[in-house]
Design a protein around this ligand. Structure first.
Ligand SMILES: Nc1ncnc2c1ncn2[C@@H]1O[C@H](COP(=O)(O)OP(=O)(O)OP(=O)(O)O)[C@@H](O)[C@H]1O
Ligand SMILES: [Mg+2]
Length: 251
């Protein structure tokens, strides 16, 4: 209130309009966050309920038929799914956790890629590293960054299926404000993303996969934002996709 009072006093119409614009933007952002929160809780409740209904049905059958390995297997798989979902949800909703240290991005990338290398070899996906950022340091949380990178690489692998290439590139860029940034590109030769889906990719629970949770990109965006960074996508259906994570470089 006091700010709007002083705006009036300070006079110019433009100052007033832009301040009002900022307020509006802040409110919209807050609303957006709340809407996401609601969406997340609703989606989670829905998924858990589905899982529980399935478990209850199988348990009932199991009790009727006595021990049956196939049924037990189904129960276990469903439990594992709920467990994984809850773990992802906790990562998404927990406030910034973990400590921020000086992180070598190339090391974190290598570590993330090592975990997925086997999968890529099996699928005949060629992995190309094109590390150009020097230095490659940012201030960040290593395990959160790794989580985001794994999600992005996995999406690339899943989009390719078999036969293709996944390129991980890093670059230093210089912003208009004088600071340096570090961009990480995850480029795949997969199916690409139809335009109508591009604006929804980062929404929690948006998925086009049969067994997807739709949380991978929501988590990756949260991680980027917790590092005051951004994540963008450039894609054309049929021509592959590139996800770009931009962070502040620590020179
Ligand atoms: N590299 C990519 N190429 C094509 N489509 C993609 C790519 N990355 C994401 N998508 C699309 O965005 C959707 C959301 O991705 P996200 O990682 O959030 O969830 P998911 O991969 O479906 O499931 P999860 O990551 O939770 O297992 C995907 O279902 C897919 O349609
Ligand atoms: Mg994913």
């Amino acid at each position: 209130m006091s700010s709007s009072h002083s705006e009036k006093k300070s006079g110019t119409a433009t100052a007033h309009v832009s301040a009002a614009g900022n307020d509006l933007q802040d409110n919209l952002r807050r609303l957006d966050r709340l809407a996401n929160l609601g969406l997340v809780s609703a989606g989670l409740a829905h998924e858990i309920k589905n899982g529980l209904v399935a478990i209850k049905t199988y348990i009932d059958l199991l009790l009727e038929k006595e021990s049956d390995a196939e049924m037990a297997g189904l129960v276990r798989r469903e439990l594992k799914r709920i467990d994984g979902l809850a773990t992802q949800m906790l990562r998404l909703s927990s406030p910034k956790s973990g400590t921020m240290t000086k992180v070598n991005i190339h090391e974190v990338l290598d570590h993330s890629l090592r975990l997925l290398e086997h999968q890529m070899t099996e699928r005949l996906i060629q992995l190309k590293r094109d590390y150009r950022a020097t230095p490659d340091t940012v201030r960040g949380n290593e395990s959160q960054l790794q989580q985001a990178f794994i999600n992005l690489v996995l999406n690339g692998v899943e989009a390719i299926g078999t036969h293709g290439a996944l390129t991980v590139r890093t670059e230093i860029f210089h912003g208009t404000a004088g600071g340096a940034g570090l961009k990480i590109f995850f480029e795949d030769t997969g199916a690409g993303i139809p335009l109508e889906n591009q604006s929804r990719l980062f929404e929690p629970f948006f998925t086009t996969k049969k067994n997807g949770t739709g949380l991978g990109l929501a988590i990756s965006r949260r991680v980027a934002e917790d590092h005051q960074g951004t994540i963008e996508v450039v894609s054309e259906a049929g021509r592959g996709s590139t996800f770009i994570v931009s962070l502040t470089a620590e020179l």
